[in-house]
Each structure stands twice: as C-alpha cells, then as structure tokens.
Design a protein around this ligand. Structure first.
Ligand SMILES: NC(=O)c1ccc[n+]([C@@H]2O[C@H](COP(=O)([O-])OP(=O)(O)OC[C@H]3O[C@@H](n4cnc5c(N)ncnc54)[C@H](OP(=O)(O)O)[C@@H]3O)[C@@H](O)[C@H]2O)c1
Length: 307
C-alpha cells in the first residue's frame, strides 16, 4: 500500500511517500481502506520529535480517518466488508496516512451516509477532543458563559458549535480574518487577540476551553468567576497550576470508544455541528499539509485525500 511516513529521526524530519506492506487484521480488528485522513497539530509535533522518540521506522503518522472496511478479523461481529466507517486510532497508536489501517472494531463507528469521507475524517479527533472537553470535563450547562481560546482551529470550531447547541454563551479569540467564519459557527462575541487583551474584555466566565497553550493558557484563569473551571489541551500532559484554590484547572483525558463517535455522527447529521471547512491535499503531499499545520494559523481542518 501507499503511505506517508517518517524514515528516521535526528535531522529535519520529512514525510516520505511510498510503498509499505499491507496491515493484517488481528482478532477483534478490521482493515479499513482509508478514503481520507485528517492532519492534526499533534502530527507535526510527533514528526519533529516534540512528543518523544519514535520506537520503530518507517513510522506512519495520522490519528483519524474515514474509509470502508475491506476485511474483518476473528471476533468482529458488528462490522463487515463494505461498511463505511470513521474513527480515531487507539491512544498512542498512529498510521492513518496510508491506504489501509488495522484498528479494533470497537473504536470505529459507521459513517453517516450523508457526510463525505473527507468531512468525517476532519471531524473525528477534533470532535472527540471537543466532546470530551466540553461535555465530560467542563460539564458545560445551558446559560453558562464560556471563553474558547483559538476559535479558528479544528477542535475549537467543533467546541463553539457544541457549546451553542448546549445553550451556552460563547466568547472566542481569533485573528480578524477569521471573525466572519466564527460568527457563522455561532460565536456570540469574538475578540481579535492581536489588538485586544482578552483579560480586559472578558470576565465572570463559568468555563474556559484553551486550545492555544503557553501564556494564553496561563492568563486565561483571569476571566473566570470564583469556582470557575478551565480545561487545557495545548499545555502538555498536565493542566497549568491555577492561581487560586477555588478555580479548577483540568486536563481532559481523551480516550477512545464508539459512544463518543456515535455522538459526533449524531451532532453532524442533525446539523447541530456543520460540516467543517477543510483544505484537501493528496496523500503524496502530506509534507505540504504539515507546513500549514505548523504555521499555527490554519482555519478549520486539513485533510489528506487517500483514494
Ligand atoms: N487529545 C488532545 O489533547 C488534543 C487533541 C487535538 C488537539 N490537541 C491540541 O490542541 C491544539 C489545537 O489544535 P487544533 O488542531 O484545533 O488547532 P491548531 O491548528 O493548533 O490551531 C490553529 C488556530 O490557533 C489560532 N491561534 C494561534 N495563536 C492564537 C492566539 N494567541 N490566540 C487565539 N488563537 C490563536 C489560529 O487562529 P488565527 O489564525 O485566527 O490566529 C489558528 O486558527 C493543538 O495544540 C493540538 O496539539 C490536543
């Protein structure tokens, strides 16, 4: 099969494109013929060694995908050849920048017929992260006020729509070129972080969802009301220390299961979450997609068209 992969680490790591052996389904796994894979910010961080060293080369990147089941191992009863599915690789496992992947059937979900593969691939990890953060970790309620940092990114775009769907008041931050896009997603207030200090515009929030990290993450506590809660996904493995004991600082634990994928599919099918704005590259040009992701000024999601 064709795949985009890293051959070694230690220099300026680039993605090669070429032939690698087909995967084989173990018990409980399906082989998915991938139609589209998503490019996430984590991917260039892994490629460039920011997430630790890679145990074995060649190493195929890519955490989420949409495609069609082409084989099923033993003990797979609920999916069969020809089923269109989407999913996120198990924690610590990658390999979606490829024509085929082996994955436990228990962590893939049927793709809604009305949503194209490229859109579903873009919504898998971003949607999972947004759901786990907004619903499971922050437990956001109707009528609450939330600041979502980095509104134009893939995770935040899903989170803004989800928070509005739950009945919250949503404030977000983005460059001015992305403000119309974010209004369209339903944001109630949008702050241009290049010209305004969000800590001077926003106060008394029940919750913060930070997707930016660094100084933005640390300063986000300032907008919370007493007892407020903040969740961080771009500050490494643990959340920053809160300045007061009555503020909750949370690091969402983004696990894998079918239940959350079902919820993503339902939210998209019902129209509560729109099909994402995607930029598509052929699999052979994965390195070019990484350059955009690495720039940190991407709007929406990047997708690799595999077939
Ligand atoms: N399981 C997990 O923990 C998990 C899963 C997925 C993602 N993540 C992490 O979450 C982060 C977000 O990922 P993503 O793919 O959604 O988006 P991304 O590609 O990292 O975000 C890009 C967006 O960030 C915005 N941005 C950059 N600097 C900003 C600032 N100072 N204030 C406000 N916005 C700013 C840019 O908007 P403008 O162009 O408007 O500036 C751009 O749209 C990444 O660090 C990623 O590694 C973690």
């Amino acid at each position: 099969m064709k795949a985009a992969f890293i051959e070694e680490q230690g220099g300026p790591e680039v993605l090669k494109y070429g032939d690698l052996p087909d995967p084989v389904a173990q018990s409980g796994e399906v082989i998915v013929d991938i139609h589209a894979a998503s490019v996430n910010a984590a991917d260039w961080k892994v490629r460039s060694g920011n997430y630790g060293s890679i145990p074995e080369f060649p190493y195929i990147l890519g955490r989420d995908f949409s495609g069609v089941v082409s084989a099923a191992g033993e003990q797979v009863a609920d999916l069969g050849v020809g089923d269109a599915v989407f999913g996120v690789c198990d924690s610590g496992v990658e390999g979606a920048y490829a024509e085929k992947i082996a994955i436990p059937a228990s962590i893939v979900e049927r793709k809604p017929d009305t949503i194209p593969h490229q859109d579903m691939a873009a919504l898998a990890l971003t949607g999972l992260t947004a759901l786990v953060t907004v619903e499971d970790t922050l437990n956001l309620q109707a009528g609450e006020k939330i600041l979502i940092q980095g509104g134009a990114g893939g995770v935040a775009g899903f989170a803004i729509q989800l928070a509005k769907h739950l009945g919250a008041y949503v404030i977000t931050t983005a460059s001015v070129a992305n403000h119309d896009f974010l209004r369209h997603l339903g944001a109630d207030e949008i702050i241009d972080y290049n010209t305004e200090d969000f800590t001077e515009r926003v106060a008394d929030c029940d919750a913060v969802f930070d997707t930016v990290g660094g100084d933005v993450a640390r300063r986000s506590f300032a907008v919370l009301k007493p007892g407020g809660r903040a969740a961080f996904i771009a500050s490494g493995a643990s959340a920053p220390e809160p300045p007061h004991a009555d503020l909750k600082s949370l690091r969402p634990k983004v696990g894998r299961d079918r239940r959350h994928l079902e919820r993503i599919a339902a939210l998209v099918e019902s129209g509560a979450v729109r099909r994402p704005e995607i930029t598509v590259f052929p699999l052979s040009e994965a390195q070019a997609a990484h350059a955009i992701s690495e720039s940190r000024h991407l709007r929406g999601n990047l997708v690799l068209a595999v077939r």
